[in-house]
Design a protein around this ligand. Structure first.
Ligand SMILES: Cc1ncc(COP(=O)(O)O)c(C=O)c1O
Length: 440
């Protein structure tokens, strides 16, 4: 059997977050992947500057994960986890719990980042209710936040295009301001100096609604999808202090910052700030099988473990929560992270990556470069009256020349697999520099 590289029918698949009509006139197909590279349909190699969609942290085609999946699908293809169990889900949960900081020891499995966010918001609401503080129902997010596409996630999220089409959303949400400040912080390496005081906006929201009505605050430690916004120095610690002071749960959405992206296991560890709940997905299985998870601190879990033992403690779950194949993929992925020291490796590569990113300064149309760990954001000036067009052209040209980048508006984001070598970094930034030089 030969693999098809170009399908006969492009029409049936309604592609997500895609300009469908534009794409289908000139499709960009990926047909194979190994380590740091994809292969396009015409056979040309494309270096993966984005770990797929921020998920293939250990690179592509990892044998250990392939074998774990193959073995599991043969052994036990599916088993329910409602009032039943199977060993791999328990093993995956305890392995993950041991990786998480502090007492984030209880794991609820989902199938995606979006489901993880909805799960975390529901646990937060139910937690307060279980403790007799059922008035705490408000959920606070942040402008420019991205928390997936469920109604919970877009309600606390702050990306206007993801919200404005979909009606009234969840009631009782509010938003803190984002932390992006080009005037003060352009070309910062790592955490910007200006902006910790923006966390105090939470105090303003508390004054407006009263803490007794607020359940949780959710933020990405480093905002990714909105174009790589690194938190100002001290900002997350301040947010933690204000939440603790008012009994508000702090949720970190670590869907992209988890599993080594910043050169530590999780951003919480990197910034030394422990959230009450942590959402994860993507790197949890190296992108091989859909899976997400919510890490929950011990006292929150214990608040549910009251009442008669035959009562279900949380009326929530997915058919595929802790799916055997996802669990097997996740265990193998965590093995690779540990055996190859990939989080430490990301930390070791980060300074070289940072220098390479900032070496682009001065190229046409660049107005900011920012970075942390193995993440870089390169912001371009928009073409007058055509926001996003310049970065989109860069994206297409990069793909043609052998580099996969990700763009949001006029911001280019890079987040390569953690197995990256220095020569890959040179290759990536070499192609990007060439494209940016040629771009009008
Ligand atoms: C911070 C964050 N949260 C949630 C999500 C949603 O994850 P999924 O697409 O798996 O639902 C994403 C996806 O990029 C994300 O970056």
């Amino acid at each position: 059997m030969t693999d098809v590289t170009m399908p006969n029918d492009l029409e049936s698949f309604w592609m997500p977050f895609t300009s469908n009509r534009q794409f289908k006139t000139a499709p960009r197909m990926l047909v194979a992947a190994k380590d740091m590279h994809y292969t396009a349909a015409d056979g040309h190699a494309v270096i993966d500057g984005t770990a797929g969609l921020w998920c293939c942290n250990a690179g592509h085609g990892r044998q250990k994960i392939i074998e774990a999946v193959q073995h599991q699908v043969t052994q036990l293809d599916f088993a329910p986890t409602f009032q039943m169990g199977h060993p791999k889900a328990f093993e995956a949960a305890s392995r993950l719990a041991s990786l998480l900081p502090g007492d984030l020891d209880r794991i609820f499995f989902t199938n995606s980042g979006s489901e993880s966010i909805d799960t975390a918001l529901k646990i937060a609401l139910a937690y307060h209710r279980a403790r007799g503080e059922g008035t705490r129902t408000r959920l606070i997010g942040r402008e420019r936040g991205y928390h997936g596409v469920g109604f919970g996630g877009i309600s606390v999220g702050g990306i206007v295009t993801n919200r404005k089409w979909f009606g009234g959303l969840l009631t009782g949400t509010d938003h803190m301001p984002h932390t992006h400040n080009l005037a003060a912080n352009a070309y910062t390496r790592g955490e910007p100096a200006v902006g910790a005081d923006l966390a105090d906006e939470l105090e303003r929201i508390v004054t407006l609604h009263d803490a007794s009505n607020i359940a949780a605050v959710v933020v990405e430690p480093v905002a990714g999808s909105t174009g790589v916004l690194v938190p100002p120095q001290g900002y997350l610690k301040r947010l933690r202090e204000i939440c603790t002071k008012h009994g508000i749960l702090l949720i970190f959405d670590e869907v992209i910052t988890g599993f080594g992206r910043l050169g530590s296991s999780f951003a919480s560890e990197h910034f030394d700030v422990l959230p009450d709940l942590m959402t994860m997905a993507k790197g949890i299985t190296n992108g091989v099988i859909p899976m997400g998870a919510v890490g929950v601190r011990e006292p929150i879990y214990q608040a549910f473990m009251q009442g008669p033992e035959n009562a279900m403690e949380l009326f929530h779950g997915y058919t595929y929560s802790g799916h055997p194949i996802a669990a097997a993929a996740s265990i193998a992925t965590m093995d690779i992270y540990r055996e190859e020291g990939l989080f430490e490796r990301a930390a070791a590569m980060a300074p070289y990556f940072e220098d390479a990113a900032h070496s682009l300064k001065g190229l046409p149309n660049i107005i900011d470069i920012r970075n942390i760990g193995l993440v870089a954001g390169i912001e371009l000036a928009p073409r007058p009256g055509k926001p996003g067009a310049r970065a989109y052209d860069a994206f297409v040209k990069c793909f043609e020349q052998g580099l996969l980048i990700r763009t949001t508006g006029d911001i280019i984001a890079l987040s390569p697999p953690l197995i990256i070598e220095k020569h890959h970094i040179d290759e990536m930034f070499g192609i990007l520099a060439k494209v940016l030089r040629e771009l009008d």
